[in-house]
Design a protein around this ligand. Structure first.
Ligand code: NCD
Length: 319
């Protein structure tokens, strides 16, 4: 079977993962996003690039910022957006995922934006559409299990490029619960593709996936070593809801050792930026004074996320 992300002309048909996505495609999405940041500053925040398209937001797992920014992005492009409340939808009555998809296809959907707790759900939908000859419908993965969160990875790349310009000169540390993090997997894939020479992961050993080094990162368990002279600190949320069994002594202990405090941040370069995908656990993985401090670019990440999602949707389904 051909790569399910590409159509028969080799163009991006779905956005499912950043793993294996060529550098030119990533750069092209970031380039497309840049002018969309200006749309947000206009009196009339609208462009007709997806006029007449029907986009279904299918969030089988909770989300505030991802769901809302996809919705805003689609509306700014003049698409019709339908948000399915999955907890009260037919899947809650036992309908299968693919039956739900078939029914929405019968309503002439043009795009599905899918978040699911099961790794692989968006890929399954894309393969189903392909196998049933509905090649004109696009799927965007908005986060599946521990697997991937490609638009988050892309908005993170946009943010880094905005503040730091040249990926080939950077030292970057990803800190925290890598084991459960689809965000970290997408970040690592993109940062390697974009040629970051010094990519580090800082985490307790119990929160690192096995064979993490094969992903092209250096691992550290000590914040003071790992943060030394980095240009970018990318924090991750401690994903308590995904933890089976005790992987950590306590949140207080975690904060003491792996929480980003002003004092630990001093080890990074003085102009280092601090990122977080949200939602943040203040006082657990990040100190409030860092989260609200001058080096944090956490809220700009959210704003850039809209432009990046506009770019992805346009590249997939725009005229
Ligand atoms: C992340 C997610 O849901 O994967 N959040 C987000 O999309 N902004 C990260 C997280 O939940 O920790």
């Amino acid at each position: 079977m051909r790569n399910p992300q590409l159509n028969r002309h080799g163009e991006l048909q779905h956005l499912l993962t950043l793993d294996g996505l060529p550098r030119e495609v990533i750069n092209s999405i970031l380039d497309h996003a840049a002018p969309f940041t200006e749309v947000a500053e206009r009196e009339v925040k609208k462009l007709p690039l997806l006029r007449g398209k029907s986009i279904f937001n299918l969030f089988f797992e909770n989300s505030t910022r991802t769901r809302t920014t996809f919705e805003i992005a689609a509306k700014r492009l003049t698409a019709d957006v339908v948000n399915l409340n999955v907890s009260t939808s037919s899947t809650a009555k036992g309908e299968s995922l693919l039956d739900t998809i078939d029914n929405l296809c019968a309503m002439n959907a043009d795009m599905f934006v899918v978040r699911h707790s099961a790794s692989g759900a968006p890929v399954l939908i894309a393969q189903h559409l392909q196998a049933t000859g509905r090649d004109h419908i696009h799927v965007v993965n908005a986060g599946d299990g521990r697997h991937a969160h490609p638009t988050q990875g892309l908005l993170d790349m946009y943010t880094i490029r905005h503040y730091k310009h040249d990926f080939s000169q950077l030292s970057i540390a990803i800190v925290g619960d890598v084991l459960h993090s689809r965000v970290a997997r997408s970040q690592i894939a993109a940062l390697n593709t974009l040629g970051v020479p010094d990519l580090r992961v800082i985490a307790p050993k119990t929160l690192l996936p096995t064979a993490i080094e094969s992903m092209g990162v250096r691992t550290f368990s000590d914040m003071r070593e790992g943060l030394r002279n980095v240009d970018v600190v990318m924090m991750l949320r401690l994903q308590n809801e995904r933890m089976a069994g005790a992987l950590l002594p306590s949140p207080q202990e975690y904060y003491k050792v792996w929480g980003l405090t002003p004092e630990k941040l001093l080890l990074a370069k003085p102009d280092a930026i601090v990122m977080h995908p949200g939602p943040m656990n203040r006082g657990i993985e990040i100190d409030s004074s860092v989260a609200d401090g001058a080096q944090a670019v956490i809220l700009p990440q959210v704003t850039f996320g809209i432009a990046v999602r506009m770019a992805v949707m346009c590249m997939l389904a725009g005229q």
